[in-house]
Design a protein around this ligand. Structure first.
Ligand code: TYC
Length: 108
């Protein structure tokens, strides 16, 4: 077996190692959007129930969404982020609130 690779073999080996390299999963932010109707205490409850925030953290994020239009609830792998966003919207509709929650790919 020759130890020196031809240019072709080299580029194939490099291609394979790049493809099989173990990368951390892309992370997604779960984001709450502001609206004019959902009560503040309901949003705080969402943050505690679905994102394990304590009261103080929930108040800070709720006010951030209220004043800035959006706020990050947490960072998760894609399937978990999408599932949480769906659960939050479903729970909100069950309680007749229009709260919107989305999952967005993180740039970090
Ligand atoms: N803006 C809402 C109000 O004044 C409160 C609110 C906060 C709504 C955060 C949605 O994600 C939200 N009642």
């Amino acid at each position: 077996m020759p130890s020196i690779q031809t240019p072709d073999q080299e580029s194939i080996a490099q291609d394979l190692s790049e493809k099989s390299a173990i990368k951390p999963p892309a992370m997604y932010e779960v984001v709450l959007l502001n609206d004019d109707y959902t009560p503040m205490d309901f949003v705080e409850g969402i943050l505690m129930r679905f994102f394990a925030k304590d009261v103080a953290q929930a108040e800070v994020i709720t006010m951030q969404v209220h004043h800035q239009g959006r706020g990050i609830c947490g960072l998760y792998p894609k399937d978990i982020a999408e599932s949480k966003a769906l659960q939050v919207e479903s729970y909100s509709r069950q309680h007749h609130h229009p709260l919107q929650c989305i999952a967005e790919k993180s740039e970090q």
